[in-house]
Design a binder for this molecule. Structure first.
Ligand code: SF4
Length: 521
């Protein structure tokens, strides 16, 4: 559908709870409206077009016009017949819900729904083609299918569903009136199913493409054009109908099929419901610049559509993870480095990393940070992720028992040993950590040179069975030396470490300074 909505008046009977801008302007002359319409078929809109006394003359002056009206004045056959004879090609009645009370409340007029339905029946009996136009609002959105059923009952040929823009009262009462985009998919799908069954054309206007299921056609951004006379008194009205699009989505499907999320909606409700529908690569790029999106989780955005919630529920046993079916599995182990940055920066990074969905959050880096103990205490309370501390933990050896006690909740401490002389202190710390905070301990040896290989040849046996070796990246000399070692647990550990080091690196930036860990879990 491509149509021109010709605004013929701003006058209304009573202000509705919708998006009329509420700006008054004098009715334009028929000549000026004809000039705007040129030779295009137009839909006469307002305000309320039937409030114009010269409506029959206006209809006669335009090429096959469609009249869009509340139809309150059209319940008798003679009026309807007069409009038809004047040239009205089609009657489009504004009826926002099949439930009379809901429609009446929205338009602020008791009995309005019944009169609108009556007008539709009268028109159909006169052989006039009819349609229904409904602005989708929060209270009426769940009942779209009923409206299509009603359209079939009154022999309307089409139903036009229109987005409520944040103009006029709808702008001031958006929370009460504007439906959330993520919740429209089901009602639109139901309405679409009824429309197919009843052979009614269903048109959805002014919505982003991703709001409706694929089976529903959403008219493109240029599918409906508002037209106004070029008069100074109408300039304000014309401006009120301009629609801006925020946070362009690029190629999904992008123009010309979709102009992206409407700026008025994003300003009020954020872009999460749109971002969740973009292809993943595009999301990752856009979110860095967005101001009102949620923090991405491994580049993924939580599902916002009921279809996905249902799919998750059907799967069961996923403990409510809203990302279970989203592309991009979370890493098993995510490593976050403590750096010398301010505490608040580190805290935010740790919290964000904990939300990535990894099984293990491994904290590494500068444990001599002045706030290390406080940050670890907070991490000990993170839920849904196993927290480990790993690396040179010597700065933590000085923690008092009371401070260690507060770290209960951290699962494991993996101590890096640079020299055999560190073994006793590490053992003492791990004993205390286990006793005070139930933190299990693992030791690993860092081998950076052939000297290190020799140094640990005897000492490695003093470590527990789960001790392992980590080699430096430039391991060629170690590779050469290792075969000369006698078979032992130590040699096996070095060979395993060399194999890991030789494997293609899968260290991968997920969030700033949070890395997948390539150490054994
Ligand atoms: S994600 Fe953006 S471009 Fe894609 S359909 Fe939705 S609003 Fe349109």
């Amino acid at each position: 559908v491509t149509e021109t909505l010709l605004h013929v008046t701003t006058h209304v009977r009573v202000p509705a709870r919708l998006d009329d801008p509420g700006i008054d302007a004098p009715d334009p002359s028929i000549a000026s409206l004809v000039a705007v319409a040129s030779n295009d078929p137009v839909v006469l809109v307002g305000g309320e077009p039937t409030l114009r006394a010269d409506l029959p003359e206006l209809l006669a002056a335009l090429p096959s016009p469609i009249l869009c009206t509340d139809a309150l004045a059209l319940t008798n056959a003679s009026t309807m017949r007069a409009l038809r004879d004047a040239g009205m090609r089609k009657l489009r009645v504004s009826l926002h819900a099949a439930r009379p009370a809901a429609h009446d409340w929205l338009v602020g007029q008791a009995g309005a729904a019944k009169r609108a339905m009556r007008a539709l029946v009268v028109a159909a009996e006169l052989g006039i083609e009819t349609e229904i136009e409904a602005t989708i609002t929060r209270p009426t959105a769940p009942h779209l299918a009923e409206l299509v059923t009603l359209a079939a009952g009154v022999r309307a040929r089409a139903v036009h569903l229109v987005r409520l823009t944040h103009r006029g009262l709808a702008g001031r009462e958006a929370i009460m009136l504007v439906p959330r985009l993520a919740l429209l998919e089901d009602p639109l799908a139901e309405a679409g199913a009824v429309a197919i069954r009843e052979r009614i054309a269903l048109h959805v206007h002014d919505f982003p493409r991703c709001v409706a299921p694929r089976s529903i056609r959403v008219s493109p951004p240029d599918g409906r054009r508002h037209a106004f006379v070029d008069a100074p008194e109408w300039a304000l009205v014309s401006r009120a109908y301009e629609v801006a699009f925020g946070e362009r989505c690029g190629a999904c499907p992008g123009l010309p099929a979709c102009a992206g999320p409407p700026a008025d909606y994003v300003a009020r409700f954020g872009a999460v419901e749109i971002v969740s529908e973009r292809p993943r690569v595009e999301r990752a790029r856009d979110e860095s610049a967005a101001t009102n999106t949620v923090a991405p989780r491994a580049g993924r955005t939580p599902a916002t559509r009921l279809r996905e919630v249902r799919a998750v529920v059907r799967r069961g046993g996923v403990e409510g993870d809203p990302l279970i079916d989203r592309a991009g599995a979370p890493p098993d182990v995510l490593r976050v480095a403590l750096t010398t940055e301010p505490t608040r920066v580190l805290r935010a990074r740790l919290i964000r990393a904990a939300q990535e969905g990894a099984r293990v959050l491994r904290i590494v880096g500068a444990f001599d940070h002045p706030s290390a103990a406080a940050l670890l205490r907070e991490c000990a309370h993170l839920r849904g992720v196993a927290v480990e501390i790993a690396g040179d933990l010597r700065p933590l050896f000085a923690l008092a028992d009371a401070q260690l006690f507060e770290l209960e909740g951290i699962e494991r401490a993996r101590i890096a040993l640079g020299d055999p002389s560190e073994i006793d202190a590490a053992n003492a710390f791990l004993d205390r950590a286990l006793r005070m905070a139930k933190i299990r301990g693992t030791r690993f040896v860092v081998v950076r040179s052939t000297d290190d290989v020799e140094r640990w040849r005897e000492a490695f046996d003093r470590l527990d069975d789960d001790a392992f070796v980590r080699v430096a990246r430039d391991e060629s000399a170690i590779t050469t030396l290792t075969p000369s070692l006698p078979p032992s647990r130590y040699r096996d550990a070095i060979e395993r470490a060399l194999a890991r080091a030789a494997a293609p690196s899968f260290v991968d930036a997920i969030v700033e300074n949070a890395l997948r860990d390539d150490e054994p879990a």
